[in-house]
Design a protein around this ligand. Structure first.
Ligand code: HEC
Length: 202
């Protein structure tokens, strides 16, 4: 598995403390506003947790169905991508529209630069990496003057992900072409890949 223990920074410690409070009491104790979220917050949390599980599960199932007979990376083409992350992106758009939420993926080692983790998202990733018992985190965040309730969950690397996120030199050709600044390689099974967040304006 080769799981590394990251250095605990003050911000990670703060997140660890906050997340255990959030998850045990369901009450928001930090972040913008610092007010209790109560029943409405709980239903947001359930809805958002279901969305993150659906999206992450869909990617996982589709990746594992990709060329099940082999792990030969040369057989992975842009068509493979269209069967995996393509439909996942479409479902993200559908849910965002139907449920009036924003859905964001963020990663420290990203493929699409728009998914580059902010320092605050990076700290959250470290927290999820360090404490594998935390399956989700509820908080609030202000973006461009709007305050959002936010629910975030970690995404971990499975064997099927390595077809496109494994060794640097084994990346499929379409990845090299389409993502010249790609950093999303060199992962191992069990590594944290990124986070998915669902945001709903307050
Ligand atoms: C067929 C190749 C392929 C497979 C298999 C694959 N990915 Fe990806 N993944 C990509 C590509 C290409 C992108 C960039 C998509 C974009 O432009 O937004 C991506 C983006 C992502 C992102 C968004 C963050 C970023 O770096 O831009 C996450 C998270 C992610 N993949 C996780 C996974 C996980 C977890 C698995 C296994 C369950 C997996 N991927 C399997 C090709 C793949």
């Amino acid at each position: 598995m080769g799981h590394k223990v990251p250095i605990l920074t003050a911000s990670v410690l703060a997140l660890l403390i906050t997340s255990s409070l959030v998850l045990t009491s369901g009450v928001l104790t930090s972040g913008v506003g610092a007010a209790g979220v109560g029943a409405a917050g709980d239903s947001f949390k359930d809805k958002a947790a279901a969305i993150t599980a659906e999206i992450t599960g869909m990617r996982s199932v589709r990746a594992s169905k990709l060329h099940p007979a082999s792990n030969v990376v040369s057989s992975i083409t842009v068509e493979s991508f269209k069967q995996t992350c393509g439909p996942v992106a479409k479902r993200v758009m559908e849910i965002s529209k139907e449920q009036s939420v924003k859905i964001r993926h963020a990663a420290l080692k990203y493929r699409n630069p728009k998914n580059a983790a902010t320092p605050e998202e990076a700290a959250m990733m470290e927290m999820f990496d360090f404490d594998r018992s935390v399956t989700g985190k509820l908080d609030r965040i202000e973006l461009e003057g709007t305050v959002y309730r936010r629910y975030s969950a970690p995404i971990f690397v499975e064997p099927a992900c390595l077809k496109c996120h494994g060794d640097k030199d084994a990346r499929p050709g379409f990845v090299l072409k389409k993502y010249p600044l790609d950093r999303a390689w060199g992962f191992g099974v069990g590594d944290i890949r990124g986070i998915i967040s669902v945001l709903s304006p307050l």
